[in-house]
Design a protein around this ligand. Structure first.
Ligand SMILES: Cc1cc2nc3c(=O)[nH]c(=O)nc-3n(C[C@H](O)[C@H](O)[C@H](O)COP(=O)(O)OP(=O)(O)OC[C@H]3O[C@@H](n4cnc5c(N)ncnc54)[C@H](O)[C@@H]3O)c2cc1C
Length: 383
């Protein structure tokens, strides 16, 4: 297939990512799904320039573009949606923020290590009080005697258990000011941080955690994106992240289709391969059509991002919405086509089904993504 949004260089990146997946990720996918955080693989991705392909080489990346990142995330997600999730957060949110919004000294110290996978930084926005309503967060940062003191509790934090640092969203003004009084801080892990595992349905191995901060002290240089400027950075992060969630959905759907199709050709019932039943062929054809449609949406979003086009946020929401729905539908259909075996923990489809559900929730529940899309569509249609 040819995708007009991608060039030859992106197909070369895909080839390198697919080789990495075959050699390193596929053999480790089961271990990750049983809860092992893939720190070694993140380092290996970093060494090969696959963790932060869009970051300049002088800061430890591969000096490529956002489309390269999206293609890598899609390929990784075929084997391990969990690894793709960790990598995507580290690359499209953390590395991006350090490059564009961090103090020069923080950028020089942290970005090369983040891009190379030597240090992991978690994105800590959600709290027990509020996930969708992120502008209502309660974590506070107060400036006393020349330092910021940060206290609060974050929840559902990917890599939270193992991170070397956290990009923490904290309130730096009255709560009534909502998104206008939120600041991002890079907080190094230390005795003021307590991380506790949170048991979740899928995306095992991502180190999902509750993270408590108790009087963590940082200087002004730890502010990322300016005092009270955190929320606009978060919105940019979410556009990058949602495009990549679309890519994760795409990877999950491609893997689910491959599993189901292979099984349907091998499995016989009533004297023939179940792939010969027209209903199974229709399931497969439908998924194939939706995968191609979502590919075009995800690659278009990434292309618009690379061009700096104003319509990127619209496509970012569509990529997240369509990619995550496709992932959940494809994994459910794969389990159905594979019957009892599909439902057993021996089948990859079972893992994909659990992992796919998260893509409809994280980086904005799909209902919240639809709210954003409605506002953007309204502006685009009616000015
Ligand atoms: C596996 C996983 C990893 C995650 N990783 C991170 C991370 O690294 N960092 C981080 O900060 N957060 C992370 N999250 C948190 C995630 O972003 C939130 O779970 C998500 O934004 C939803 O917030 P909530 O769970 O508080 O649900 P709530 O805000 O309580 O919403 C519950 C449901 O209510 C509905 N709803 C809420 N608001 C609206 C609305 N305005 N309109 C219509 N419907 C609405 C939706 O159906 C939504 O699913 C992760 C979550 C998961 C599951």
């Amino acid at each position: 297939m040819i995708y007009p949004q991608l060039g030859e260089e992106h197909e070369l990146v895909r080839k390198a990512a697919a080789e990495f997946v075959e050699r390193y990720v596929e053999p480790a996918a089961r271990r990750i799904d049983s809860g092992e955080y893939p720190r070694d693989l993140l380092r290996e991705m970093g060494k090969l320039g696959l963790l932060a392909p869009h970051i300049p080489q002088e800061y430890g990346g591969a000096g490529l573009d956002f489309r390269s990142l999206v293609v890598v995330v899609e390929e990784i997600a075929r084997a391990s949606p969990a690894l793709a999730t960790i990598a995507e957060v580290q690359a499209s949110m953390i590395a991006y923020d350090l490059l564009h919004f961090a103090h020069q000294s923080v950028k020089e110290r942290w970005l090369p290590q983040v891009a190379r996978g030597e240090k992991i930084v978690a994105f800590a926005l959600s709290e027990p009080c509020c996930g969708s309503d992120a502008a209502a967060i309660e974590t506070r940062a107060e400036r006393l005697g020349g330092v910021w003191r940060i206290s609060g509790t974050k929840l559902w934090i990917t890599s939270g258990l193992y991170a070397d640092a956290y990009l923490v969203a904290a309130r730096t003004g009255p709560r009534e000011e909502r998104h206008k009084s939120i600041t991002l801080f890079l907080v190094e892990r230390g005795p003021c941080v307590e991380a506790r595992p949170v048991v979740v349905m899928g995306m095992h191995g991502t180190g999902t955690a509750e993270v408590k901060l108790e009087g963590c002290e940082v200087g002004d240089e730890a502010v990322v994106g300016g005092v009270n400027g955190g929320f606009s950075v978060v919105l940019e992060d979410l556009n990058n992240g949602r495009t990549n969630v679309g890519a994760i959905g795409l990877g999950i759907a491609r893997a689910a289709l491959a599993e189901a199709w292979g099984y349907a050709r091998r499995r016989t019932a009533f004297g023939r391969a179940i792939a010969e039943f027209q209903v199974v062929q229709h399931y497969i054809a439908e998924l194939f059509a939706r995968i191609e449609a979502v590919r075009n949406v995800v690659y278009t979003a990434a292309y618009l991002r690379d061009r700096g086009d104003a319509s990127f946020p619209i496509y970012a929401q569509i990529a997240k919405l369509m990619g995550s729905r496709l992932a959940a539908d494809a994994a459910r259909t794969a389990v159905q086509i594979m019957g009892g075996f599909g439902y057993s923990t021996d089948s990859k489809s079972e893992m994909l089904y659990r992992d796919a559900k998260a893509t409809e929730i994280y980086e904005g529940a799909n209902e919240v993504v639809l709210n954003s899309l409605y506002r953007l569509a309204e502006k685009s249609l009616f000015g």
